[in-house]
Design a protein around this ligand. Structure first.
Ligand SMILES: [Zn+2]
Length: 215
């Protein structure tokens, strides 16, 4: 099946367009469009937003498509960086709050965050659990312990955007199973997160603790 007309307008990105076209009928909650300057990220984001807002999946001609392509659709929210940063408050006010409010028009809401990696530009590292659960017990298979439904948003974003991250021990749970803490940094700044992780280990002794079975 050919991609919807609205996505066919993006030149030279056949692979990405085929992927986005396949995502239109049943989209995930978020996508990271990563690539060098001038590769068509903005064009693709706008066209994908139009495809998601159009009742015909991106016809390129209806009111929804026209408004979305002009960044003027009432249910399309475009977040621009202010200067070199995107502040946490901006995300809170322009994404978090509108996401929970009733949509201006019936149908879905679409948020486009431009230069999303600038969320990190004012920070040395973003901290989060390394895994949203404690480690699996030794006698259980890794995947069955996770049951495949543990969201790892940080890991997903970091992998897609190519951001470095390091996970270090963060103490044992009540059941004496290890937990971890991850430091995610800006692109090409591995040294900063390595220094942060080292500083963390200098003031904690989590890395010296082990579950009773492996002590
Ligand atoms: Zn349309």
């Amino acid at each position: 099946m050919p991609p919807p007309p609205v996505l066919q307008r993006i030149p030279g990105q056949d692979h990405a367009i085929a992927f986005l076209a396949g995502a239109v009928p049943r989209p995930h909650h978020a996508y990271v469009l990563a690539g060098p300057e001038g590769s068509g990220k903005s064009l693709a984001a706008r066209a994908f937003a139009a495809a998601l807002l159009c009742a015909r999946g991106g016809c390129g001609e209806c009111r929804d498509c026209r408004l979305a392509l002009a960044d003027r659709h009432p249910n399309g929210f475009v977040v621009e960086p202010e200067g070199r940063d995107i502040h946490v408050d901006t995300i809170r006010e322009e994404v978090w709050q509108p996401a929970y409010r009733t949509a201006p028009e019936p149908g879905r809401k679409v948020f486009v965050v431009r230069e999303a990696d600038r969320v990190l530009s004012g920070l040395d590292a973003l901290l989060a659990p390394g895994r949203p659960a404690v480690a699996s017990p030794l006698d259980r298979e890794f995947r069955s312990a996770g049951r495949g439904n543990l969201p790892d948003v940080m890991g997903a974003i970091g992998n897609a955007a190519g951001l470095p991250s390091i996970a270090v021990p963060n103490g044992l749970s009540e059941a004496r199973l290890p937990t971890s803490l991850q430091f995610m940094g800006r692109a090409w700044e591995e040294n900063t997160i390595l220094a942060a992780a080292r500083a963390w280990q200098a003031i904690t002794d989590h890395h010296g603790q082990h579950p009773p079975e492996v002590s």
